[in-house]
Design a protein around this ligand. Structure first.
Ligand SMILES: CC(C)(COP(=O)(O)OP(=O)(O)OC[C@H]1O[C@@H](n2cnc3c(N)ncnc32)[C@H](O)[C@@H]1OP(=O)(O)O)[C@@H](O)C(=O)NCCC(=O)NCCS
Length: 219
């Protein structure tokens, strides 16, 4: 263990893709965050679209960068076994490429996780979104004992909706979320561990989990 105070820094998910090379998800150190925040500033979506219910990408600089920094540090500062958001940075062939989050409330009781993600625009549309979702679901279903994964995206976000469908979630009704000054209709998705195990999925290596298990509320 190299981070006895915060073993989540040692948690590392790795897969190898024939086209993309080595793909890694892990919690960025504070010193690594500026590269990710800078990537987000180069653009995640066209300005006339808004894929997020919290419109953080609309903030002017430097508030946008500062609020991102605060969010990523806040998820560490407020972590508890009862309520956690694992904010994993994504490296594709060594390059910071985006974020994949996994979160849960009362995980030991509900065994239910939810996800959120973004990629820098240069990394979009190459199958990375699907791969990073599968990587984090491998952690949840195969290592943490999750039974259900949920996801939700605005109806007009085809990339996110297709990632969920392609990975094996089933549509689970419609919802509504805040969208800038108004609201947007969403598609909800749900996948069980049985759905997950019935589908082809990449081989994901998980390192450094043992010392983190108590933080997730599992034995
Ligand atoms: C959502 C996101 C993470 C998906 O990652 P991605 O790497 O771009 O998606 P992938 O290349 O893995 O594509 C997954 C599927 O979506 C489809 N897709 C991707 N972009 C698309 C687009 N603009 N329009 C239609 N379909 C699209 C792909 O063809 C693929 O479909 P398939 O599984 O049927 O082959 C990424 O596009 C992104 O960061 N978007 C902006 C932020 C965002 O929307 N976050 C999620 C909020 S809920």
């Amino acid at each position: 263990m190299t981070h006895p105070l915060w073993p989540l820094y040692d948690l590392r998910l790795t897969t190898r893709d024939a086209t993309l090379g080595e793909v890694v998800l892990r919690v960025p150190t504070e010193a690594e965050l500026p590269a990710f925040v800078g990537l987000a500033s180069q653009g995640i979506h066209p300005p006339d679209e808004m894929p997020f219910s919290i419109p953080w990408t609309d903030l002017p600089s430097p508030e946008r960068e500062q609020s991102s920094y605060q969010f990523y540090m806040r998820t560490r500062a407020t972590w508890s076994a009862d309520s956690w958001i694992l904010t994993l940075g994504l490296w594709v062939d060594g390059q910071p490429a985006g974020f994949q989050d996994l979160r849960a409330e009362q995980f030991p009781r509900f065994r239910t996780v939810a996800t959120g993600s973004w990629l820098g625009r240069a990394f979009q549309g190459r199958g990375i979104g699907r791969l990073m979702r599968q990587m984090v679901l491998a952690l949840a279903f195969d290592h943490l004992g999750a039974e259900i994964a949920e996801s939700e995206a605005f109806l007009d976000n085809p990339a996110s909706n297709r990632v969920s469908l392609g990975v094996g979630y089933r549509p689970n009704g419609l919802g509504r979320q805040s969208r800038r000054d108004g609201v947007g209709d969403t598609q909800r998705f749900r996948m069980t561990v049985e759905d997950w195990r019935s589908r082809p999925r990449p081989s994901v290596r998980v390192d450094g989990l043992e010392s983190c298990r108590a933080l997730f509320g599992v034995d």
